[in-house]
Design a protein around this ligand. Structure first.
Ligand SMILES: Nc1ncnc2c1ncn2[C@@H]1O[C@H](COP(=O)(O)OP(=O)(O)OP(=O)(O)O)[C@@H](O)[C@H]1O
Ligand SMILES: [Mg+2]
Length: 206
């Protein structure tokens, strides 16, 4: 399996939102997608249980399954405050790491140390396409958005997507859905903002 860890020790940075939307996007594409929920709050697991049976299926990963022998994707949602041994273990499992970052000075500052740790891991692995950042909850043309842009641009890791703040993310998750399960005409802009991330996943070997 291709294992993607979604992580940022900062609480509320958008990890679970990124996880469930990514999972649904890949499932709708016809891929086999499993979720591993390391967060005690079990928000991603609860989303999966709410997911209507007639939508593209996303499965829960069972620890007794050997991820190396399965095909498709394993997407890991991680808790706020992930550090030390738990972080090390999760990084060891992952082929790629996605770091969601919200446009606030608190989030950017708190993400910095984590990004440093990832850069060290990247150097150890000597892989180019290993980790990337995703700007979350962006309101275009605001000062906060501009500040996040300069923060992401100054980082060595690539900024893979800029996802805007919209109720489509909030409302869809209530029903176990993603923005990709909503009508296309309602989510044109949201979908466009995922294209660069999707291309990175498809075309860049990890
Ligand atoms: N693009 C978006 N537009 C609107 N709301 C969003 C967007 N992304 C995330 N949110 C909202 O921001 C809040 C935090 O997101 P989320 O729960 O995904 O973060 P998290 O990193 O998983 O939090 P925790 O660290 O507690 O696990 C949620 O209420 C979510 O609905
Ligand atoms: Mg979460």
């Amino acid at each position: 399996m291709n294992v993607i860890l979604v992580a940022n020790p900062k609480g509320g940075s958008g990890k679970t939102t990124l996880v469930v939307n990514l999972a649904a996007m890949l499932a709708i594409r016809g891929d086999n997608v499993r979720l591993l929920d390391l967060d005690k709050q079990q928000s991603a697991t609860a989303w999966l249980h709410r997911r209507p049976a007639d939508l593209a299926p996303v499965w829960l990963y069972k620890p007794e399954q050997n991820h190396k022998t399965l095909a498709g994707w394993l997407i890991i949602d991680s808790p706020a405050g992930l550090h030390g041994k738990n972080l090390e273990r999760s990084l060891k499992l992952a082929h790629r790491v996605l770091v969601p970052i919200a446009p606030s000075i608190f989030d950017m500052t708190a993400s910095k140390t984590f990004l440093e740790a990832l850069k060290i891991e990247k150097t150890i692995r000597k892989k180019r396409a290993y980790a990337g950042m995703v700007g979350m909850r962006i309101t275009p043309r605001t000062r906060a958005a501009a500040q996040l842009d300069s923060f992401l641009a100054a980082e060595e890791l690539p900024a893979l997507a800029h996802l805007q703040e919209t109720q489509a993310y909030v409302n869809s998750t209530f029903e176990g859905k993603s923005i990709f399960d909503l009508p296309v005409y309602q989510t044109v802009r949201e979908r466009e903002q995922w294209q660069s991330l999707e291309t990175w996943l498809k075309t860049t070997p990890a």
